[in-house]
Structures are given as structure tokens and as C-alpha cells.
Design a protein around this ligand. Structure first.
Ligand SMILES: [Zn+2]
Ligand SMILES: [Zn+2]
Length: 283
């Protein structure tokens, strides 16, 4: 399993995941040109990408999808609500390459299993993703105002976690945003604060000390990489004690390091049958 954040934040988000003989992008909220440049700069080949999975229709997540999938002729997977919200922004995509997915269902691409789960955000039908392959687990969880028990359960034992650490509440409240926007960001349908992120990660590190995490979707105005990192580490130290926690910050406009799971592969027994990719309905 290999993961790379190609861009992260309100100016654009894009995740690269390769595992189990499959290779996907989650969201393309940057231009086709930027996505290609960032992939090449870390030695990844855009033509190897086989599908795009979408979290929700906000432009920082979908901006480049149309151009990318038209060039590389690959399918797009999104919930019905997300399709409704993003169809205009994507432009023309041939129907056979449009698939509708549902939270709680698993989808398979080669030996990669992708399971969307509902997030809490002011979008039509937003999701995060749990991706498993080769006995490893990766979680992508951004753009959510709160962390549910389901999210905590899905993230247990994860090897790689990309978690939203959007804002420092004090910076947000003292910052220049209008009151309504401050309220929206802090609400249960907004974004996770640095402390929220620290609590989520402490639960995950408690179940897998070898977990690697990237703090993602940092606000440009109401956070800094240093404040996010220090706050999250502070929560981890308070709750779990000092240790060498692997916590990085996803850069805004450049690719992160390419991460691979640190612990040995533990082959997971495959007990739950999942639908094959190709069985999804049209949006
Ligand atoms: Zn976003
Ligand atoms: Zn959003």
C-alpha cells in the first residue's frame, strides 16, 4: 500500500492510493495540470490511475475531475447526492464511466476494497473512505464537523490515517471571517478542529502505535502547520503519554511524502462478499 497527498486544504484536495494491484485518486480539487505535475514530481504515473472516488461536491474536491477523467478515460465513483451536486462542475463524462456508490457498501478494484462512510458536512451526501488491501488499512477523513462512533470503529487499527485538522478555534473566533461562516465551520456540519483531530488520532494510536498520520485540510487563515501539529501532539501526550507518534502535516500545494504501512502485513481473512466494481448504478 502506498499513499500520497497531492494537495490539501480549501484551495484543493487530492489523494493518491495504490494497493492490492489497484491505483485510485480520492478527489481531484486541483487542475489536471497540477495533478499531473504533482504525481510526476514524486515518481507516480497519472496513466496508472484507474478510478476516481469523490468525497463531496465542493469545488476544492472536484475542480479537476472532469478534465482528468476525460484525458485518462477512467470511471468516477460518487454518492447519488454528490453526483447531483457536482455534475455541472464535471462537464460531460460518458455515462458508462459514472458510478453511484452508497455509504456502508464495499467496492472492489483488483484486490483493493473501498468502503465509503457518511461524514457530517454541509454537502449533499458527503463521505470519507476506508481503503483496505494486503492486510492494511487506510482512512481518509476530512470535511466533517464531528467524528461518529462508526468512523472511530472503521479507523481502529488503521495503518495510515489522513485526518482533518482544519482550525484552531481561537484563531477562528478572533479572525476576519463573518460570524455566519465562523459558526458554519465550528458546527457539526463544518470542519474538525485541531483538538478534535487529536482526540480521533489518540483513539487510533491506542489501537495501532505504528500508525502513520497526516493532518489534512488545514485552514489557511485559521491555522498553521505548527499550531496544528503541536496541538495534536499535545492531545496525544495527554491521553497516551509521550511516544514517537508519526504525525505529519499534508502540504497545501505540493505532494506529501509517499507513505507505506510500517508494520508487517497481516493477511486479513476475507469473510464479507462485496460487490464488484461495475455493478454500481448510473447516477
Ligand atoms: Zn474541503
Ligand atoms: Zn467541503
Amino acid at each position: 500500500m502506498r499513499y500520497c497527498s497531492l494537495a490539501s486544504g480549501s484551495s484543493g484536495n487530492c489523494h493518491y492510493v495504490e494497493a492490492g494491484g489497484a491505483c485510485v485518486l480520492v478527489d481531484i480539487g486541483i487542475s489536471l495540470k497540477a495533478a499531473e505535475a504533482n504525481l510526476y514530481s514524486v515518481g507516480l504515473d497519472p496513466s496508472k490511475v484507474q478510478a476516481v472516488f469523490v468525497t463531496h461536491e465542493h469545488s476544492d474536491h472536484v475542480k479537476g475531475i472532469g478534465a482528468f477523467v476525460r484525458k485518462y478515460q477512467i470511471p468516477v465513483f460518487a454518492t447519488e447526492g454528490t453526483w447531483q451536486g457536482m455534475q455541472k462542475a464535471l462537464g460531460r463524462i460518458a455515462l458508462p464511466r459514472c458510478y453511484t456508490i452508497r455509504a456502508g457498501h464495499g467496492y472492489r478494484l483488483a484486490n483493493m476494497r473501498i468502503q465509503p462512510f457518511l461524514t457530517y458536512h454541509d454537502a449533499n451526501e458527503p463521505v470519507g473512505y476506508q481503503i483496505t488491501a494486503e492486510g492494511h488499512k487506510l482512512i481518509i477523513l476530512t470535511d466533517t464537523g464531528m467524528v461518529s462512533d462508526e468512523m472511530r470503529m472503521l479507523a481502529q487499527g488503521a495503518d495510515i490515517v489522513i485526518a482533518e485538522s482544519n482550525h484552531d478555534p481561537e484563531m477562528l473566533m478572533n479572525g476576519p471571517y463573518p460570524a455566519a461562516l465562523k459558526h458554519r465551520i465550528r458546527s457539526n456540519l463544518g470542519h474538525l478542529s485541531n483538538v478534535d483531530c487529536g482526540f480521533l488520532l489518540s483513539d487510533i494510536f491506542a489501537s495501532n502505535p505504528y500508525c502513520q498520520t497526516l493532518l489534512a485540510h488545514l485552514s489557511e487563515d485559521n491555522n498553521t502547520p505548527e499550531i496544528a501539529w503541536r496541538t495534536v501532539l499535545g492531545v496525544l501526550y495527554d491521553r497516551l503519554g509521550p511516544a514517537d507518534y508519526r504525525v505529519g502535516v499534508a502540504p497545501r500545494n505540493e505532494p506529501s511524502a509517499v507513505l507505506s504501512p510500517l508494520r508487517q502485513t497481516v493477511p486479513a481473512p476475507q469473510t464479507v462478499p462485496v460487490p464488484q466494481v461495475g455493478e454500481g448504478g448510473q447516477p
